[in-house]
Write a protein that binds this ligand. Structure first.
Ligand SMILES: C[S@@+](CC[C@H](N)C(=O)[O-])C[C@H]1O[C@@H](n2cnc3c(N)ncnc32)[C@H](O)[C@@H]1O
Length: 280
């Protein structure tokens, strides 16, 4: 959990409906690359913790007999169910829960995935719970999106004007980095390897996944991208939300003659922290 920060259920309030449209997709090779690092014999189960709108759970469902996505944000789970239906995925179940409240009778799993979520949790507590929930021979898989890029594509449209967007957010919400009802003074923690090895998992085996091509994005996509982040989630703007969206739209209209932007979904790393029979 971030130092000096207090978790509460409003962390992503209102962001769910913007997530699928706004966030950059995971590489399409995610499942194929996961298969390379995994033992999928028998009828393996996956738990995706902090599943949000089901992005990773739905992408990996083809590899598993059963998938459970867990998230404490009910709106995210509505999006996740919609996504599963859209892709015709039927072997996935969504559970409204904080990771700290596991195992909650959900049983054992071959793999657990954590994608852009572990840093929000009581990491030592959750790592200990996961050591008990993951079968020997399975792994805790940390999906790392903060990977140095292996390509630098030439993109046809401008990037979203990050500095101006941040300044606009601050003009509404103040200088502090907001997250839920609390303020994130020291950012979110990294160093998950120390926590996971401390809980008994083996040091990570890393499977790289190459990012996709540059994406063409509309003004509406970029507005959703902004509203999908915890520090600029819709609930933070209260009654000023419509005014903020108008200001953001004007800023983006001014930043691109054609009303189009380019963004590039970078590389990802699947870090498999194996769970052997004995603590490492
Ligand atoms: C940045 S989103 C990532 C969503 C999805 N895993 C993905 O990669 O697209 C972070 C998610 O973690 C969830 N989350 C935050 N704190 C959590 C906790 N203590 N237990 C479980 N999930 C949590 C949030 O509700 C949110 O849906």
């Amino acid at each position: 959990m971030p130092k000096g920060w207090q978790w509460d259920p409003t962390l992503y309030k209102g962001a769910g409906p913007h997530y699928a449209r706004g966030r950059l997709p995971y590489p399409s090779a995610l499942a194929e690359r996961f298969r390379l690092g995994a033992d999928l014999s028998g009828a393996p189960r996956l738990i995706d913790v902090g599943c949000g709108p089901g992005t990773v759970a739905v992408a990996l469902a083809c590899l598993f007999a059963e998938v459970i996505g867990v998230d404490p944000d009910a709106d995210m789970l509505v999006e996740a169910a919609g996504r599963a239906a859209e892709f015709g995925v039927e072997n996935v179940r969504w559970v409204h829960l904080r990771a700290e409240a596991l195992p909650a009778g959900l049983g054992h799993f071959r793999y657990a995935t954590f994608a852009q979520s572990f840093h929000w949790m009581e990491r030592e507590v959750v790592a200990e719970i996961m050591f008990r929930m993951i079968e020997p021979g399975g792994a805790f898989v940390h999906v790392n999106t903060a990977v140095a890029s292996s390509q630098s594509p030439v993109l046809p449209f401008p990037s979203p004007p990050r500095a101006e967007i941040d300044a606009l957010i601050k003009s509404y919400l103040g200088e502090d980095h907001r997250a839920g009802q609390s303020v994130l003074r020291y950012g979110t923690p990294d160093g998950e390897a120390r926590v996971l090895v401390g809980a008994g998992f083996r040091p990570a085996r890393s499977v790289p996944v190459k990012g996709g091509d540059g994406l063409e994005r509309s003004v509406g996509d970029i507005i959703s991208w902004v509203l999908s982040h915890s520090n600029s989630a819709p609930h933070l703007f209260g009654d000023d939300l419509a005014r903020f969206e108008d200001d953001l739209r004007h800023l983006l209209d001014d930043a691109s003659d054609q009303g189009r932007f380019s963004q590039w979904a970078g590389d990802v790393e699947l870090n498999f922290y194996d769970r052997s029979a004995e603590r490492g």
